[in-house]
Design a protein. Structure first.
Length: 310
């Protein structure tokens, strides 16, 4: 029986398979993970905002990453830990669509932010004499605006295509709401959504990958050719942390999205990959940048010492 997707329909998320003995440990673990993600990202955010030495294009672009990570974590963890302790996997259709929108917005935003950061490192290392002329405040504002405008536009189109359907199923096949799972609730022709989904994968996965490959090939070439050992070491150190963050997100997101399109993939593996996208990047991003980026690490240490001392 068809149900209007805009009505107050109650959907059922995939069960967590947590026995009664592990409910409160799982609740505690989920809550602590969320609090750690928020603390680490807020620490990076506050450090960049408060330290004038970090008011450079590289760190202004980086400022967007913890914002996106906190958005993704907040869209996922509060509902998860609530459903663990209440043992209730019900969610309204409107709340499910909202969660899915925010999670896709987070994923697309992160990939675009990392692409912009790769471009910034490319200009800084390969065209150092022209860096200040290219990465002006006006250019920086335009890049940040484009990141969020493109991300928001793509997600609005994706979910407008989704909301035109009436649904005749109520079981979400994942541990949280996302576009592929919501599309599977429809009993109508979803080819347009599938084509747009493939376009989105190509754009948000393929585009950043091409940018990263090109910029890092040029950076590697410049590092090999330069005779300045200190400059080469600093470039590799800075780019190494960025590359690690990108690879973690790219592989997690790609395999999660592809797993929805391959019937042969184990549902358990698909769910594990899906959850890893929402745990590892937000948790590891601030740690990797905080430990591997010398300027940021020094500023974080100073900020913590100043607050502890006071």
């Amino acid at each position: 029986m068809y149900t209007n997707g805009s009505s107050a329909v109650s959907l059922t998320l995939e069960t967590l398979h947590i026995s009664n003995a592990y409910i409160y440990p799982a609740f505690l673990f989920g809550t602590l993970t969320y609090l750690c993600i928020m603390f680490f990202n807020l620490l990076v955010l506050t450090t960049i905002a408060c330290s004038k030495k970090l008011h450079k294009p590289m760190f202004i672009l980086l400022l967007n990453l913890p914002l996106s990570d906190m958005l993704g974590a907040t869209a996922f963890f509060p509902h998860l830990v609530f459903s663990i302790v209440t043992e209730n996997r019900q969610i309204s259709h409107s709340a499910c669509v909202s969660q899915a929108f925010l999670l896709h917005f987070y994923g697309g935003g992160n990939l675009l932010i990392l692409s912009a950061m790769a471009y910034d490192r490319y200009i800084a290392i390969c065209c150092p004499l022209r860096y200040n002329a290219i990465m002006t405040p006006h250019t920086l504002v335009r890049i940040i605006f484009l990141i969020w405008f493109i991300d928001l536009s793509a997600m609005v189109i994706m979910f407008l295509l989704l909301l035109r359907f009436r649904i005749c199923r109520t079981n979400i096949v994942d541990l949280y709401c996302n576009n592929p799972s919501l599309v599977k609730l429809a009993c109508e022709d979803t080819r347009v959504n599938n084509y747009y989904g493939l376009f989105s994968i190509a754009f948000f996965q393929g585009g950043p990958l091409l940018i990263i490959m090109y910029t890092y090939a040029q950076i590697l070439r410049t590092c090999v050719m330069t005779n300045q050992t200190d400059a080469r070491r600093k470039a590799i150190q800075t780019c190494g942390s960025h590359l690690a963050v990108f690879i973690i997100l790219e592989l997690n997101t790609f395999f999660t999205l592809i797993a929805h399109r391959l019937e042969s993939v184990s549902p358990f593996l698909r769910r594990a990959l899906g959850v890893s996208v929402l745990i590892f990047p937000p948790f590891l991003d601030p740690i990797i940048y905080g430990l591997k980026t010398k300027e940021l690490k020094k500023s974080i240490t100073m900020l913590l010492k100043r607050n502890v001392g006071s």
